[in-house]
Design a protein. Sequence first.
Length: 238
Amino acid sequence: MIKTMLVRAALVVFVCSAHASAATPQLDLRQDAKLGSILTGDKGMTLYLYTKDTPGVTNCYEQCAVAWPPLLSDTLPKLPSGMPGKLTLVKRKDGTQQVAYNGWPLYYWVRDQKAGDTTGQDVGKVWYAVNPGPPVSTAKSSELGNHLVAPNGMTLYLYTRDEKNVSTCYDGCAAAWPPLLSAYLPAEKGSKLGTTLRKDGALQVTYDGKPLYFWAKDSKPGDTTGQNVGQVWFVVKP
């Protein structure tokens, strides 16, 4: 009973502090084993989006906002270094301003207790941790031409032994070829991007059904040293 009361008290303090403080938050990126690179706020707490919101508009109030405290700020915070996208401020009904990333208002989850917690992921099939930018973009190499890269600029690869929408790269293979993971990928009509569920429950980004990977020996953006490794690994042509 005492433990339960203490937990409830901690939750109340977290909610109240989240609403009361409108100081400029410190945003950062953290690598999660199942969700990939995700956005965090003060004290490293995971930030989430609500799919029932619309860009520039929050629909989370009253009890929703108790469970999912909005990320408030009087001034626009800075994006983490190298992170693509744009931050804006969304005005809430009470006049406070909520930080939004690429139009999506940002929230904490009251049941996350410490930095690194992601217990809000997929709650109600409408709440998801926030990944940086679109999962892929296009880069050009003088030798390989146009190919896909991740938001951090690192080259992405496909594995010819995979089946469509099925990854066969695990254990030692996945250590050498880390999969490109995603917390949430909105379905866009006509897009070739998708996700496939890995054995550990992680969502791996796919392009035209091909699971996407990094190569551990690429050390900087622009590297393509994984091209043709074992004659089964290749850059991905858009």
